[in-house]
Ligand binder design. Structure first.
Ligand code: NDP
Length: 333
């Protein structure tokens, strides 16, 4: 099937609403799932739909949650997601975050009691399109083993950064703290191929390239050894300790059979570069990118995704027949 982004998002929203999300929240979450398919970010597109639905059915997440937003200081926006999906909290906080960054030059949005089950670039890219620098981090339930530990404590704790460039779409990167995101390992298991060495351990703590062994009682490893572990730790502090969110090791999803998301926290930092660098900022980022190109960097983060997006917007989003049928079934079952 070839679908427009709007048509795909509409079907996804219908499926989510069918399984307990309010119509408004379903539209917000569906937009990021459809955007992932549009950009060819397969690990966070339709692949995630069974997880969203199983989690909604389990009662672990509240699909009808209405977040509460407060601004206790000029540059701080606190959001209680009320056990709902993070995208709903973002929508609720957006206006207060933009007001804060315009007034104070920077703003921290601190989200707690939220479930993030998507890629992070949709959280920062829109801010960079408005001329802002944006950085975000999310903690997840315990998934990685660090610093010689014997048990998982920290999550795959993803991070994303976006900033404007002159005469080009924003520069955006987005990655997990683990060498491979859990979603990539899930995709490898679904597609029946192995993952590279260094990605994870089996239940006995032995290195393995079998995605099933990593997912079934095993663990993921941080990127860059002890250095990636330091980043994962920092994210746990920013996304959970600073926001009032749950640490990964405080996860209680096991009490809700079928639950696949993490109830955790998210931290977003917005900076208005005009307040420190004036009008020169976007041009300076472009000069930096040009220097990298001259030095031989052919592919920069975000570019492969951007190319896939351009193609999908031109030709439509290709949804394999089996995935399309599964989605239709989710709107009816
Ligand atoms: P990748 O390693 O696939 O990519 C990380 C970044 O590097 C991307 O910006 C990517 O750009 C870029 N990149 C990849 N390959 C190259 C290359 N050869 N040269 C230059 N740049 C490159 O990401 P991860 O596997 O770490 O994470 C995948 C996704 O999982 C992310 O979107 C992340 O947000 C999500 N995630 C979500 C979690 C959650 O709790 N919600 C938890 C953990 C991860 P490009 O996109 O253009 O390829």
């Amino acid at each position: 099937m070839i679908l427009t982004e709007a048509a795909l998002a509409g079907l996804i929203a219908e499926a989510l609403a069918r399984h307990g999300m309010s119509a408004r929240n379903a539209v917000l979450v569906a937009a990021v799932v459809a955007a992932a398919e549009r950009d060819g970010a397969a690990s966070h597109g339709l692949l995630r739909m069974p997880g969203y639905i199983a989690t909604l059915k389990s009662g672990w997440v509240d699909g009808t949650a209405e977040p509460v937003v407060e601004r206790p200081a000029p540059a701080i926006v606190m959001v209680d997601a009320r056990n709902g999906f993070a995208q709903v909290a973002h929508a609720a906080a957006r206006e207060a975050g933009l007001a804060a960054v315009r007034e104070a030059g920077m703003a921290a949005i601190c989200i707690r009691d939220s479930h993030h089950f998507a890629a992070l670039w949709p959280d920062v890219e829109p801010f960079a399109e408005q001329g802002l620098v944006a950085l975000t981090v999310v903690n997840t339930r315990s998934r990685i083993v660090v610093w010689g530990g014997k048990r998982k404590v920290l999550g795959t704790n993803p991070m994303a950064f976006a900033c404007p460039r002159a005469d080009a779409p924003p520069f955006v990167w987005d990655q997990a703290s683990s060498l491979r995101a859990q979603g990539e390992v899930l995709l490898a298991r679904t597609e029946g191929h192995r993952v590279p060495e260094g990605v994870g351990l089996d239940a006995a703590g032995k290195p393995t390239t079998d995605p099933a062994a990593i997912l079934d009682g095993g663990a993921l490893l941080p990127f860059g050894g002890h250095k990636g572990a330091g980043i994962a730790f920092m994210i746990e502090v920013l996304a959970a300790a600073l926001t009032g969110g749950r640490f990964g090791f405080q996860d209680e999803s096991a009490k809700f059979p079928g639950a696949q998301t993490s109830n955790a926290g998210q931290f977003l930092l917005l900076i208005d570069p005009a307040r420190s660098a004036g009008d020169a900022f976007a041009g300076r980022v472009s000069a930096l990118v040009a220097a990298l190109r001259e030095a031989g960097s052919e592919r920069l983060p975000g570019e492969a995704r951007q190319r896939r997006r351009e193609q999908a917007l031109r030709d439509g989003i290709v949804v394999p027949d089996a995935a399309y049928q599964r989605l239709l079934a989710m709107t009816q079952e």
